[in-house]
Design a protein around this ligand. Structure first.
Ligand code: SF4
Ligand code: SF4
Length: 110
């Protein structure tokens, strides 16, 4: 999920992007996130790594109940529970009307 203050379109916090995609994490992402969570790399692999995917230099965050393991909803709005240390791919994601995920979100938030 993006930082709303830098986004060309206001994020509707629908969470669709975090259900449609699995976030990729590189070693530096994992290091930052595990430090934030106060967990070991072993715990990361047990709890959050998707063991089905293992590429040379990145892995994917596991989905739980159809969405990223770090996605929660508060009063109907999507919240990334690791927002301040989220993976680079999530920080780079910008909402926009050209994205089918955001169009679906706009439909939900009318
Ligand atoms: S890490 Fe956060 S922003 Fe990225 S997919 Fe998971 S919940 Fe969404
Ligand atoms: S799909 Fe678009 S509007 Fe919905 S949470 Fe993701 S960025 Fe925000």
């Amino acid at each position: 999920m993006p930082s709303p203050e830098y986004s060309p379109m206001e994020c509707r916090r629908c969470g669709v992007c975090c259900t449609r995609h699995q976030a990729s994490v590189r070693p530096e992402d994992i290091k930052r996130i595990t430090a934030f969570l106060g967990i070991s790399t072993d715990d990361w692999e047990k709890l959050y790594d998707d063991p089905r995917w293992e590429f040379d230099n990145y892995h994917l965050i596991r989905h739980v109940d159809g969405a990223c393991a770090f996605l929660k909803y508060e009063q109907g709005l999507a919240v990334c529970t690791i927002h301040v240390v989220r993976p680079a791919c999530c920080a780079d994601w910008q909402p926009g009307p050209e994205k089918k995920e955001c169009r679906e979100g706009m439909g939900k938030r009318k």
